[in-house]
Design a protein around this ligand. Sequence first.
Ligand code: AMP
Length: 213
Amino acid sequence: MNLILLGPPGAGKGTQAKMLIDAYGIPQISTGDMLREAVKNQTELGMEAKKYMDSGQLVPDEVVIGLAKDRIAQPDCDKGFMLDGFPRTVPQAEALDKVLDGMDKKIDHVISIEVPNSELLGRLTGRRTCKACGQGFHVMFDPPKQEGVCDKCGGELYQRDDDNETTVGNRLKVYEDQTAPLIDYYTNKGLLRPIDGVGSIEDIQTRIKAVLG
Ligand code: AMP
């Protein structure tokens, strides 16, 4: 099963994807995670991408298309994959269609997680992530037992550089302008599966599984 998780920043795509890995045994492909790894390792690509990421802008299409294409070609994607945060523009979606055509693969469902704008700012600025295991927390809605420490592995929690209020505002605008058109793109292909993204993490997971079967 080949999936795309679509939705604004803070909709919970990454959280839901991590739960779906266990349920369906398919890998999560997050271009955001891949770019952050490149930034951490100070690769040439990472240094170039950081300029865009820090201001909440999108990294150029050709860069992320290359990353996604190489990743989908890995053998662990043969049984399926979940794209999280890619595609984010219509040209990326068109490029993905071509890549998949060439591999004799296709997208089965586009899970579109819908959350009202008024909720997103608070969700994003309160997000914390474990440096060691990647587990996500939220200072208000899902706080760790001990501030700054991961419940799961004891690792140190950090706030993403782009989860501050100014950058979050830009990211939400970029979503509206450049990514929201994908809702029409995939509706027209009969692939869009809208999911109400308000509620507990478990409730939303149940709604997604109901669609996937
Ligand atoms: P995310 O973790 O998905 O929220 O992505 C964090 C940042 O990485 C975004 O704000 C962009 O700067 C960059 N990024 C991630 N995925 C893409 C993509 N598909 N296209 C362009 N930029 C991306």
